[in-house]
Design a protein around this ligand. Structure first.
Ligand code: PAF
Length: 281
């Protein structure tokens, strides 16, 4: 299996693919891989001539320095998982220096307001960091198709907007959320939960599913108040936000119109911040 840490080596390997009818599939990750990541890779393998997976913990998208420091870095274990899935996958694992050349700052982006709600409102600078690194990676890999999980639905919409605004001509494929048997959305952060917390965290998806049921016949305010009360009886959870938003604009919804809606949640369990979302109609 090939692991490149230098952009030039990666590009020398990919050039024949760019200059032919072959397709390059790309799965950007920050490592600490779980089955959700592997399912993105499977989708890419099924649809492309070659698949590139990047493993890079991007410092500019962390608004909390402790979160950046604690983020698991498990390159060897990640490479073994990828090799077991398919040894033909190319890994790109650059250093911070290779990506930022000593200038670890984000560009500032206007994603037409998609960046202002939910994760954007609670994690200042996060989407500038994501935009900065995804643009750099796209320029290096020049993929035909790139795969992103719907767990980070706001990020998915923002990456689509980035590609549109920068005229990058890359097809962005959104992939369904992978869940643990309990229903908890798969995330590298789940590793930081204790065994009890991890099984208890199934409550988040249970509440989202109930919210989806209620959305069919209750008002938006009614659904929000149900979610608020549901967490009040479980004080170990500290919800940061629960929002019902238009799927395309991500603007908070107040009245139901003929649009697609999604419920979004961020909640702390202990000191671990978990996010999830569900389509409502
Ligand atoms: O979703 C992630 O893991 C990251 O935000 C991404 C897209 C790899 C950019 O660092």
């Amino acid at each position: 299996m090939l692991i490149f840490s230098k952009k030039d080596q990666l590009q020398a390997h990919l050039a024949p693919y760019w200059h032919s009818a072959k397709t390059v599939g790309f799965v950007p990750t920050m490592g600490a891989l779980h089955s959700g990541h592997l399912s993105l890779m499977q989708q890419s393998l099924a649809a492309n001539s070659i698949t590139v997976v990047s493993i890079f913990v991007n410092p500019t998208q962390f608004n909390n320095p402790e979160d950046l420091e604690k983020y698991p870095r498990t390159l060897e274990a990640d490479a073994a998982k990828i090799e077991a899935l398919n040894p033909g996958i190319i890994i790109f694992a650059p250093t911070v220096e290779e990506m930022y050349h000593g200038n670890t700052v984000s560009s500032h982006y206007n994603f037409d307001g998609l960046e202002n709600q939910m994760e954007g409102a609670h994690r200042p600078g996060h989407f500038d960091g994501v935009g900065t690194i995804v643009k750099k990676l796209f320029e290096m890999v020049q993929p035909t198709n790139a795969y992103f999980g719907e767990k980070d639905f706001q990020q998915l919409q923002i990456v689509k907007k980035l590609v549109e605004k920068e005229h990058m001509g890359i097809n962005i494929v959104g992939c369904p959320i992978s869940r643990e048997d309990s229903g908890l959305a798969m995330s590298s952060r789940n590793e930081r939960l204790s065994t009890d917390e991890r099984s208890g965290a199934a409550l988040i998806y249970e509440i989202l599913q109930e919210a989806r049921q209620r959305f069919q016949h209750e008002t938006i305010d009614g659904v929000k108040s149900y979610v608020q009360h549901a967490f009040e009886s479980h004080p170990e959870f500290k919800p940061e936000y629960f929002e019902i938003a238009d799927e395309d604009t991500l603007l908070p919804a107040t009245l139901k119109e003929n649009r697609k809606y999604r419920a979004f949640i961020a909640v702390f369990l202990g000191n671990v911040r978990l996010i999830d979302n569900i389509s409502l109609n």
